[in-house]
Write a protein that binds this ligand. Structure first.
Ligand SMILES: C[C@H](O)[C@H](O)CC(=O)C(=O)O
Ligand SMILES: [Mg+2]
Length: 395
């Protein structure tokens, strides 16, 4: 592809869709992912039982489609819904249309700097991530190569996974290397809650035996004192890591927690962090052992490459949060990403279903906890035509 034959981007389109998909918290009732999970809102009893009651699923899924002059179409999905679609159509599209499909670095820089006055993190970075991932998908399709080739090629033949969900015991039977439980009780539920958290872990340890990894995902719900006591209590139960124990802005608290936890127990965080600057704070301040950027929220693949290089120089691992194929194509190319997360989206966490179910076709899933990333062009997935997309804004 010479400069003169490189396709030009013709149009950017943003759609929304409800019900699962990239907004994996947007599930029907009775799902483990909305059953009394500790959150920063747990101090309000009325918001304790269900995260949907405080609006965890308000956003919905954002689908970004980018069409090039040769007719190729790249797309990506992330969390962002209507507001994300507005940002893409009304603001970010101007930096993309008319550009060469190859010039992703420049487009990313313009999207980020052009939105800096109200952006930096959160929904704007979700939207930038969605556009970025659609650009990588498009480039892969134009070149007829999978994204992992464009990122330097695989460093291993297949990925191995741990599972996140309510049933690590079943995850073990399904071949995963570990199971990450959602923490159920927050500090507002007192000492009894802490005892219940430890009892659930003890029960799981009993079921899975001594060697299977067990982790606790605390979803920003704790303070340093509670997290330290949880970690100390969980030591004899072999807790491998304590995840996202504190609010994402409490870099100082994370640094203190990392000093407090028993030797060998890992502190992990980052799924609600964004950009190389946010992750630089986590690394410089010694906040954690494993960074967990979400590829659809941290700035996309373009930014993740930079976050990963920074982490490597700090001897930190990068194990992306969820993000399905967007994570798989990255993890397979990096030595400091030795395994990947699989979010169990079956309501009872008792079977493997695609993470972004039902939105994508050809979305690969681990078998016996392992997966060879398919080498189809781009990210190798298609939009499911049965999912009704709507385009709430145009430009
Ligand atoms: C289970 C957690 O509360 C959350 O829904 C997912 C997550 O944080 C993770 O997969 O990590
Ligand atoms: Mg998490």
């Amino acid at each position: 592809m010479s400069a003169s034959t490189t396709p030009i981007i013709r149009q950017v389109r943003a759609f929304t869709v409800r019900g699962g998909g990239a907004d994996y918290h947007d599930q029907a009732g009775g799902h483990w992912i909305d059953d009394h999970i500790a959150t920063p809102m747990s101090k309000y009893p009325e918001y304790r039982q269900s995260r949907q009651t405080f609006g965890l699923n308000v956003l919905g899924t954002l689908v970004v489609e980018i069409e090039a002059s040769d007719g190729s179409i790249g797309f990506a999905v992330t969390t962002g819904g209507d507001i994300g679609a507005w940002i893409v159509e009304k603001h970010l599209a101007r930096f993309i249309e008319g550009q060469r499909v190859t010039d992703i670095e420049k487009m990313w820089d313009q999207m980020f700097n052009g939105s800096l006055f109200y952006g930096r993190k959160g929904i704007v970075l979700n939207a930038i991530s969605g556009v970025d991932l659609a650009l990588w998908d498009l480039l892969g399709k134009v070149r007829g190569e999978p994204v992992f080739h464009l990122l330097g090629g695989p460093v291993r033949d297949e990925l191995q996974f741990y599972a996140t969900g309510a049933r690590p015991d079943l995850a073990k039977q399904m071949g995963f290397i570990g199971g990450k439980l959602p923490l159920r009780h927050a500090p507002a539920e007192g000492e009894e809650g802490l005892r219940k958290n430890l009892a659930l872990l003890a029960d799981m340890r009993e079921r899975v035996g001594p060697d299977f990894w067990l982790m606790y995902d605390c979803w920003m719900s704790l303070d340093v004192n509670y997290a330290t006591r949880l970690a100390l209590g969980a030591q004899e139960l072999g807790l491998k890591w304590i995840e996202e124990a504190l609010p994402p802005d409490d870099y100082w608290g994370y640094a203190e927690l990392r000093r407090n936890v028993p030797k060998g127990m890992l502190v992990t965080t980052g799924e609600h962090e964004a950009t190389r600057w946010g992750f630089r704070m986590l690394l410089d301040m010694g906040c954690c052992d494993i960074l967990q950027p979400d590829v659809g929220w941290c700035g996309g693949i373009t930014e993740l490459v930079k976050i990963s290089a920074l982490a490597d120089a700090h001897n930190a691992l990068v194990v992306p949060h969820g993000s399905s194929v967007y994570s798989y194509h990255f993890v397979v190319t990096r030595h400091n990403s030795p395994f990947a997360e699989f979010l169990m989206m079956a309501p009872k966490a008792d079977e493997v279903v695609p993470m972004f179910n039902p939105l994508l076709l050809d979305e690969p899933v681990p078998v016996n906890g392992r997966l060879k990333v398919p080498d189809r062009p781009g990210f190798g997935v298609r939009l499911n035509p049965d999912c009704a997309l709507s385009r709430p804004h145009t430009h």
